[in-house]
Design a protein around this ligand. Structure first.
Ligand SMILES: [Zn+2]
Length: 343
């Protein structure tokens, strides 16, 4: 198996596609992600995060992407009579409710901050903090009246993101990571930030980190962050930690959040299902990641709705068996030579 084979089977396009377009997003960054809300991050590094923060902003504010947030920000908790689950009442994505949601997210910007830590393979975590001093936040609006006075939400992201982005910015031009890898890092970071923001909004609305509701009765479990991911992309998206060519990922830990070897999608499965049936990972073409960093994509979503973006699709699948150790690689192509199976 040579690199030439991988290219000809359309497999390497998950890493370095021939026609990658640069990020051309220039939308303003939401106040939630403004510099004052970040801890332990110098201004030059903050500016290096801009592509991720612009994308995260579009994920919460773009007209059609706002639909999930309208229910998250305004829905009340009810008990589903058939399942007994606590579910948010669905709120329609109308202009009036979107405006109210915009106000809730603008207010939330006063109560959320972001930081970094070594999280050992985990990409992020979020919790509610009691005030360190008698901090006064003025009068909270009705959306956050249940959170205790002075309480704020803290989102802690993996320090690996920062280390990678700092190192990239300090390298000579020739040694810099490719634009494709940078976009995968920014995509992963944006997705992680928005996932955690979904928790932060929930914690601050209800003044509690327990009893997270089901956002929708169709959700697999009561997990607001995954609910958002699954709604936004119709799957879950992860960095691929397995090097297809058998190289090591340098000094990075095995559970690195840096998507050096592309990204994969899996189905959102109930607890225990992976152990019973195994997991099917599908490689995500880099052009699918690339499109999110283009203004024209967001204009199209504005015109045609969110469904104009198809679920990430490719012909390359890897199946992890129920023993969690064995793998089978599958390529959807009839004339594929046998060698592909022994990658
Ligand atoms: Zn979560």
């Amino acid at each position: 198996m040579t690199e030439g084979h991988l290219w000809s089977y359309g497999i390497l396009e998950v890493l370095e596609p021939p026609h990658l377009l640069p990020c051309n997003l220039h939308n303003p960054i939401h106040p939630l992600f403004h510099f004052r809300n970040w801890r332990g991050i110098p201004a030059p590094l903050y500016h290096a995060l801009a592509p991720a923060l612009r994308l995260a902003t579009l994920f919460i504010t773009s007209r059609h992407f706002a639909a999930w947030w309208v229910t998250a920000a305004l829905g009340s908790k009810t008990t589903d009579p058939t399942t007994g689950r606590t579910v948010l009442t669905p709120i329609e994505n109308t202009q009036v409710y979107r405006k109210q949601t915009t106000a809730v997210l603008a207010e939330l910007a006063q109560y959320v901050h972001f930081g970094w830590a070594d999280l050992e393979g985990c990409s992020a975590q979020t919790w509610v903090e009691a005030p360190a001093s008698e901090a006064v936040f003025g009068n909270r609006g009705p959306a956050f009246a249940m959170a205790e006075h002075g309480e704020t939400a803290h989102v802690q992201l993996s320090g690996e993101y920062v280390r990678f982005i700092v190192a990239a910015s300090q390298k000579e031009e020739a040694d810099k990571p490719s634009e494709a890898l940078m976009q995968r890092v920014y995509f992963n970071l944006a997705q992680t930030i928005v996932h955690e923001l979904a928790h932060a909004l929930d914690f601050m609305r209800w003044g509690s980190m327990i009893d997270e509701p089901y956002h929708s009765p169709d959700d697999v479990k009561a997990e607001m962050g995954i609910s958002w991911e699954n709604w936004a992309f119709r799957c879950r998206i992860y960095q691929n930690n397995h090097d297809p060519l058998g190289k090591t990922a340098g000094d990075e830990p095995v559970q690195s959040v840096i998507p050096r070897w592309g990204m994969v999608r899996i189905k959102w499965m109930p607890d225990g299902e992976a152990a019973r049936y195994g997991v099917l990972y599908t490689a995500i073409p880099m052009r699918w990641i690339n499109q999110w960093f283009r203004t024209e994509t967001w204009l199209r979503i504005q015109r045609e709705g969110k469904s104009c973006i198809e679920r990430p699709w490719s012909r390359l699948h890897a199946y992890r068996g129920t023993d969690k150790v064995s793998w089978r690689l599958e390529v959807e192509q009839e004339d594929i030579p046998r060698d592909i199976y022994y990658l």
